[in-house]
Every structure is written in structure tokens, then in C-alpha cells.
Write a protein that binds this ligand. Structure first.
Ligand code: SF4
Length: 432
């Protein structure tokens, strides 16, 4: 509980929250440490060589937008500044700063303690007023903010501005009596934080759909309530509630709360699917009740962030080239990395690896996450042919530092027996 202060007559004073959203002005002081921890010299070289590195008959092509986004850079910078500012204080982090195992390991080495998820938020039982709590780039729920306010500790909020824009959208939906239909993952920190924004208004409601298949269940329900025939039978009310039990707000009733819908999305979903869901749900409202009704009862905004969009666009561009395989580097719980891997897998053999350590040069094996919703990891031996021409595409999620991307590139060349630092770019490949 909070280390509560008391007035002379014994009544409690709510502790003041010390809230920091713009860092501590220590960017210059932490710059060298950040560079040492995350700079990738091989990636710098790739950039100078038009994102192409060739050695022998191996070519690696890097997508033109990849890796750390502005929100992640800021969050990691502020976390390092916080350590510098408070060398003696206990520092906690609400979950992970971003979804990258290497970055999180660095913060642990600096003595930052990671708080576990608990109910609708995180477990702050060990936090005291004298401590510091860092909030991640994804943000935290309204309930977390309330708990932190009561604790009165220093809060360093690194929530990305693009996430705040989604919160504003959801808040307006709740204010105007619209249910927020959020394309996202109900268990993801960002979506949990975004969904909680509806609590700013009494009776605010949300429903999270993971993909078009779940959105279609919503559309069938809307059609059935309007007495229209749809291509699939709608779920019963009970079955609908059971299906979305983990992704709906308390008190959500599909018979009531699908009347006015505002679409938003987790910033890191597949942009193409988010847009399609917004368009399809709007069309379903029109089919059910007519255009006039739709214009009053339906809103949609694309809240995919520009960094996610840029990385997806860049990988689509890269996939237009002939590639033998793609390597996507990023945490297995990194939503934007998963979206990139899904795009790649539509076109070419794709390996999503959490970290370059997953590539074992000595045995020419790779441990990777299978594409799909089941979070299955597997190992493949002899994943790279060791002879013959090979073109490998590579990209990385917004939470992957450049040194990890460079390490993956180095391991690919090492398995092939080629050294990209000897006369880089002078190989036999001339198709780019
Ligand atoms: S992926 Fe987008 S929303 Fe998330 S931290 Fe990066 S810029 Fe912000």
C-alpha cells in the first residue's frame, strides 16, 4: 500500500503523483550507453550499400524501414535516463518496456525490476512512494494509473504518442455512446490499455476482435438482429458472450452494444486487415439498417501507427524481388513483428526469430516461431543451403535493435562461409 502522509489531526493526505512524460533532459548523458548497447555496424554498412550486402554468392537484402521506431527509441531512452536520474532508488517497470528480449535483459542488468501482470493491470504490491515506476511504450490501463496515483511514487510515462491518439479516439467513442470495436489482441498490453479508456465514461463499452474471422461473427450478429439473412448463421447471445468473454467490457451485451460502433485498432496490427475490418463492419451496418442509419451509428478511424505502416510497406516492396527466404527478427510476443512475418509468409519461406542467437552457425540450424496464432516454436536443421546462389531478405520489428539485426546478418554469412566485411558488396549478384 502507499506510504500515506497524515495531517496533524491524523487524516490521510492522498500522496501526490510525480509524473514525468518528457524525460529528464539527460539524453546526452545516456547517448553513449545506448549506442554501445544497440548500434549495429553491419546494419549501418547495409544502409550505405543501398540495403544490400553481397559476399561470394550470398546476398542479403534489408527492408528500407525496419527495427526501432520513434516510440521505442523514446521509451528506451527515457528508461536509461531514469536509471541515470535515480541511481539510488528502486525502479520498477510495468511489464516490458517493449517486446524485445535483449532490451529487457539490458534493463534487468541495470537493476530495473519488472512487475508481473495482475488482473486488469500490474501487481504493484512491492512498490512504495519512494520508488520509481516506468510505464512502457504500450501504456497501461486506467486502473494502473489509479493505483499509481494512490501510491504517490514517481511515474515515468513512456506511452507512445501514437498510442495516445488511439486512446483519444476510444474516449470520444465512449463519450458519444459508441462501443469501441478494437482490432487487436485482447491480452496485449496496448489493447488492454486502449480498451480501458472507455471507463472514462459511465457505461462505456468495448469489444476486441483479433481478425476478420472474429469481425465476421460481429457482422453476422448485427445482420441477425436486423432480421437480415447473412451467409453464416449468427451465434446466439450466450454463445457470442462466451466467444468474446475475454475481449469484451464488463456488462457488454451484444443485443444493446452493437447498435453504435466505432472502429479503432491496436497500432501494430496488419494495416491491410484493420482497414478491411473497418470497411466490412461499416458495410454490414448499411446492409442491416441502411445508409442513413450507418452514418449515425458507425464510425471508423485507421489508428495503425505510421512506423508500423512504413515497415509493412517496406517489406511488401522488398517481397517484389526474387528472394529465397525471409528472416524476420523480433520478439515472439511483438505484435508488429508478427504482422511483418505474416506478410512475408504469404510470399516466401519465412523464419521469424526472436533473436540472432536462434541461428546456430555451428550446426546450421534455426529455432523459429511458426507463422500463425498458436505461438509454436520449432527447430530446423540445415535451414540454409551452403552452396549455390542465395538471396535472403531481412527485416525486423519496431522493438528490435540494430545490433541484433546485424548479428543475424553476420550469422547468415557465416553459415555460408562468406565474409561480408571483405570487399562488401562485390559479390556476383547484380540483380538489385
Ligand atoms: S510501434 Fe508505433 S505505436 Fe508502437 S511504439 Fe512504435 S511508433 Fe509507437
Amino acid at each position: 500500500m502507499a506510504d500515506t502522509a497524515y495531517t496533524p489531526d491524523g487524516s490521510a493526505i492522498a500522496p501526490a503523483l510525480t509524473y514525468v512524460r518528457k524525460g529528464f533532459g539527460l539524453k546526452a548523458e545516456v547517448q553513449d550507453t545506448l549506442a554501445a548497447d544497440y548500434t549495429g555496424h553491419l546494419v549501418d554498412l547495409l544502409r550505405t550499400l543501398e540495403y544490400t550486402l553481397t559476399a561470394g554468392d550470398t546476398t542479403v537484402r534489408l527492408a528500407k524501414e525496419f527495427g526501432f521506431c520513434y516510440g521505442v527509441e523514446r521509451a528506451v531512452d527515457y528508461a536509461y535516463q531514469t536509471r541515470r536520474k535515480f541511481p539510488e532508488r528502486r525502479i520498477f517497470l510495468a511489464g516490458e518496456i517493449i517486446h524485445n528480449p535483449h532490451v529487457n535483459a539490458k534493463l534487468r542488468e541495470m537493476g530495473v525490476v519488472f512487475l508481473a501482470a495482475s488482473g486488469k493491470g500490474f501487481d504493484y504490491a512491492q512498490v512504495r512512494a519512494a520508488d520509481v515506476v516506468i510505464l512502457p511504450a504500450f501504456g497501461v490501463t486506467m486502473q494502473d494509473f489509479q493505483t499509481l496515483r494512490e501510491l504517490g511514487c514517481v511515474v515515468v510515462d513512456t506511452t507512445c504518442g501514437s498510442v495516445l491518439n488511439v486512446w483519444k479516439r476510444v474516449e470520444v467513442y465512449a463519450r458519444d455512446g459508441f462501443t469501441s470495436l478494437i482490432h487487436g489482441k485482447y491480452y496485449h498490453e496496448e489493447t488492454r490499455a486502449t480498451a480501458s479508456q472507455v471507463e472514462k465514461y459511465p457505461g462505456g463499452q468495448y469489444l476486441v476482435v483479433r481478425d476478420m474471422a472474429e469481425a465476421e461473427l460481429v457482422m453476422h450478429y448485427i445482420a441477425a438482429r436486423a432480421g437480415k439473412i447473412s451467409d453464416e448463421p449468427a451465434l446466439s447471445r450466450d454463445a457470442f458472450l462466451a466467444r468474446f468473454a475475454k475481449g469484451a467490457s464488463d456488462g457488454f451485451d451484444p443485443d444493446v452494444h452493437l447498435d453504435r460502433i466505432g472502429v479503432a485498432n491496436q497500432t501494430t496490427m496488419l494495416a491491410r486487415e484493420s482497414l478491411a475490418i473497418g470497411a466490412a463492419v461499416g458495410a454490414a451496418m448499411t446492409r442491416a439498417y441502411g445508409e442513413a442509419h450507418r452514418s449515425e451509428h458507425f464510425r471508423t478511424f485507421d489508428t495503425i501507427c505510421s512506423a508500423t505502416q512504413d515497415r509493412q510497406d517496406a517489406v511488401v516492396e522488398l517481397l517484389r524481388e526474387p528472394l529465397d527466404l525471409m528472416v524476420v527478427v523480433g520478439g515472439y510476443n511483438s505484435s508488429n513483428t508478427i504482422s511483418l512475418a505474416a506478410l512475408c509468409a504469404e510470399q516466401v519461406l519465412t523464419y521469424h526469430i526472436a533473436d540472432p542467437d536462434e541461428i546456430d552457425v555451428a550446426t546450421n540450424s534455426v529455432r523459429y516461431r511458426l507463422i500463425g496464432p498458436h505461438h509454436t516454436e520449432t527447430t530446423r536443421e540445415n535451414w540454409l543451403p551452403v552452396v549455390g546462389a542465395l538471396r535472403v531478405g531481412i527485416t525486423a520489428g519496431a522493438s528490435t535493435p540494430n545490433n541484433k539485426i546485424g548479428d543475424a546478418v553476420a550469422r547468415i554469412f557465416a553459415i555460408r562461409g562468406d565474409d561480408p566485411l571483405v570487399n562488401p558488396g562485390a559479390g556476383t549478384d547484380d540483380t538489385v
